[in-house]
Design a binder for this molecule. Sequence first.
Ligand code: MG
Ligand code: ZN
Length: 373
Amino acid sequence: MLRISLLISILVLGACKSGLEQTQASSKFPKKPKNVILMIGDGMGLSQITAGMYSNNNRLNLERCKTVGLIKTHSASDLKTDSAAGATAFATGKKTYNGAISVDVDTIPIPTILEMAEAKGYATGMVATAEIVHATPACFIAHQANRNWYEEIAFDFLKTDIDLFIGGGQRYFDQRRDGTDLLFSLVENGYSLYNFKTPLDELRIPLHKKLAYFTAIDKPLTKTLGRNYLSEASTFSAEFLSKRSEKGFFMMIEGSQIDWGSHANNTDYIVEEMLDFDETIGKILDFAEADRHTLVIITADHETGGFALNPGSEMGPGKIKGAFTTGSHTCTMVPVFAYGPGAEAFSGIYENTAIFDKMANAMGLIDKKEDIR
Ligand code: MG
Ligand code: ZN
């Protein structure tokens, strides 16, 4: 009997050892990524991250990223950027004025990384917890002089071949001042069209079809009021896009409402949205870990609220004593986290525009720049 249990112990030890070796081998990534996933926590400064972490008993999925950097977020017009200029910097590598949707300071359109990826044969997609025509996602696909021109931005979606988009704002496509119904045009352009009435796990999209999925007619709900799709939609999209092109894919995922909670100076709203985004980060890192060819970059366009965790804050849910300096954005640097092949390029202190340079470089979309700042 003793001999049998000893034998079992040896077998178990052997299995553990080979498991360990496997883990170590899988931490070595290939040199270049095939897929790039950019995750933007709108308004997600260090305090938003810290509030989420301590509210979640000192743990975030974000901590799985070993590469950390900082970006300077100022726009061409102001030390305080807005989300349009911030996302234009990520999408095009150019600083522009606040309110600009991927146009330069003279309102001339600038090609975006999503458009460039598409032209090179990558599959492309976006997921957001705002309207899909809202500033952050808009900057990856549209070119408009003013971020509030939602109907014009919706029209720009039809000029691209984006394989998938998931977000709110259906009304900018089918209840327009010009009377046109862009949902018909989407179908004509090869999209399978769905909204929140059909759960994502019931969708069966043929491989030759693209997908437009509206999560709300207008603004998506807050997490507190029952919005519950970000992590599911993000993993769905990664699986969907990985079947669409041999070349690989580019995807942008936005945790849009961390910013809205911060504008409202509402600590509970911030924490709920931060933890929803972090749950999604966990799912995407699981995907990247299994895939090994996916570079994941997680950052923010700016900090919002001048949010601080005041003395008296404690560990655990609902115990953060939040304080704010403003209802607007602030000018402090924000962190960048990266995971997967090519992640090392994202350490250091650099401009927000270098996020574009580093991603485009990793995807072979631009000639390598010697010193990306
Ligand atoms: Mg946004
Ligand atoms: Zn904002």
